[in-house]
Structures are given as structure tokens and as C-alpha cells.
Design a protein around this ligand. Structure first.
Ligand SMILES: [Zn+2]
Length: 253
């Protein structure tokens, strides 16, 4: 599924994603770009910081609204773009996994990672550092839970969500991801310990209002995967641990 090397990633960024942004090279007739072609599917961007700032910026709208609006001199076209964005990147431009000491020093990683803006990161709910795989890892026994078992858990959690939102009538969300802030506050408000944790996280980090609702969505989904009626402190803690604010804190520590 990958898009291969970073050269390819760059070529792709110039040809597709940012068509909606207008500019001199934009074709007169709007066409759906990569975000719309990935509607109801996955958009995978390899080496995310290699894309131009304009392309990265253009992802914000579809991630927020599930739509892309293309404005031309005399008309506007709206394309659906409800996609699952998955992005990958190395810690610095030179590659190497976590723990790899770059010869250019920590500036290299700082500069590279700074190419991803705060507002874009704020819209990426799960941010995970993946340790490099060593040869020794490859001889370990297979994990107890395989893909089929995980898929069954996901299907069960989605069924719970369909049941939950089934009574909401027209325009109802189908999943926690689609739920509005108002609905989330009704179905995903955590227990008292969870609220307390959320409050202290909001004070300790720069958790935005958007970040607050996105954390509730992830926590509600984690609770659904657990088969839990109520969102608890552990679900909030896990949801927060996937956010950039917490990653940053961990690095600063
Ligand atoms: Zn480097």
C-alpha cells in the first residue's frame, strides 16, 4: 500500500493533493484530488514532512469536515473526502529508527518534525512511536492476538456504535469518529476520575477544544473495544497518551 520512497512522495504531492488550493498551476476544471479519491478509504502518506506546507495545510479541511471545497474564479465545487489518514515518518530526514543517533545532531530531527504544523498534528488522533525492528525480534513467536482476532474486536466495537447512534435519526453519526461535540458530550463523558484526569491534562498541556473532543472520541472507542458502558479514567489516559502534547512532554522529561 505504501507510496515508496520519498522522491515519489514529493512527486505525488505536486500532482494531486493540493489541486484544491488554486494557484498558477491549478487546472481550470476542478478534479477530485487524492483526499477525495480516498473517500471512505485510507489515504496513506509516507514520509509526511516531505510534502509541501501547502499540501499538508490542505489536509486540514477534509480531516475536519470530511469534504474538500475547490474554489475557482466563478464557481465552487465540493467533493466528499471522508478518509482515514495514515501517515508515516522517520524521526529525521536521514532516516534511522528511534534511538538512531543522527550525525547532524538533534537539530536535524527538530527541523524535520517542525515541518508538521501544530494544527495538522492536532487533527491526528493516534500518534505512535514505533521502535525499529531488529533481527532478534523476527525470531520471536507470533503475537497471541492475530489480525483475524483484532478484526473481530473492531467489528464488535463498530456494531456497538451502530446500535448507539441508530436512534439518532437522519444525519446521525455511524461511528464515534463522526459524532459531533454535542453528541460526544452526551455519550462519551467519562466518570469522575476520568473528568479529573481530563481537567489536569488540559491544564498541563495545550489541549485545544478540538483536542478535547478528539480525545473523547478515541476514549469512547477504547471503551467500546473493552465492551465498557461508561468511559473510564483508563480510557482517557490511553487516549491522551496518543496525543502530541503528551509525546512532547515525554520527550522533555
Ligand atoms: Zn538527521
Amino acid at each position: 500500500m505504501g507510496m515508496g520512497g520519498r522522491g515519489q512522495g514529493r512527486a505525488r504531492s505536486e500532482s494531486g493533493l493540493n489541486r484544491s488550493q488554486g494557484g498558477a498551476a491549478a487546472p481550470l476544471t476542478p478534479k477530485p484530488g487524492e483526499a477525495s479519491l480516498a473517500h471512505l478509504g485510507v489515504l496513506f502518506l509516507d514520509e509526511l514532512p516531505e510534502f509541501t506546507p501547502q499540501v499538508l495545510d490542505s489536509l486540514r479541511q477534509p480531516l475536519e469536515t470530511g469534504e474538500v471545497v475547490i474554489a475557482r474564479a466563478n464557481h465552487r465545487v465540493t467533493y466528499p473526502a471522508r478518509m482515514q489518514l495514515i501517515a508515516a515518518m522517520n524521526p529525521c530526514r536521514c532516516g534511522g529508527g528511534p534511538g538512531h543517533a543522527c550525525k547532524r545532531g538533534p537539530r536535524c530531527a527538530d527541523d524535520y518534525q517542525a515541518r508538521i504544523s501544530g494544527p495538522l498534528l492536532d487533527r491526528i488522533d493516534l500518534q505512535i512511536e514505533v521502535p525499529a525492528v531488529s533481527a532478534a525480534d523476527l525470531v520471536l513467536p507470533a503475537p497471541a492476538e492475530g489480525s483475524a482476532e483484532a478484526a473481530a474486536r473492531v467489528a464488535a466495537a463498530r456494531q456497538i456504535q451502530r446500535n448507539r447512534y441508530g436512534t439518532y435519526g437522519q444525519g446521525a453519526p455511524r461511528t464515534n469518529a463522526e459524532a459531533s461535540g454535542q453528541i460526544l458530550e452526551a455519550v462519551a463523558m467519562p466518570d469522575e476520575a476520568g473528568v479529573e484526569l481530563m481537567r489536569s491534562a488540559a491544564t498541563a498541556t495545550s489541549l485545544s477544544a478540538r483536542g478535547f473532543h478528539r480525545t473523547l472520541k478515541v476514549a469512547r472507542t477504547l471503551a467500546d473495544l473493552d465492551g465498557a458502558e461508561r468511559v473510564g479514567r483508563a480510557h482517557i489516559a490511553e487516549a491522551l497518551s496518543y496525543r502530541r502534547e503528551m509525546l512532547k512532554q515525554r520527550h522533555a522529561a
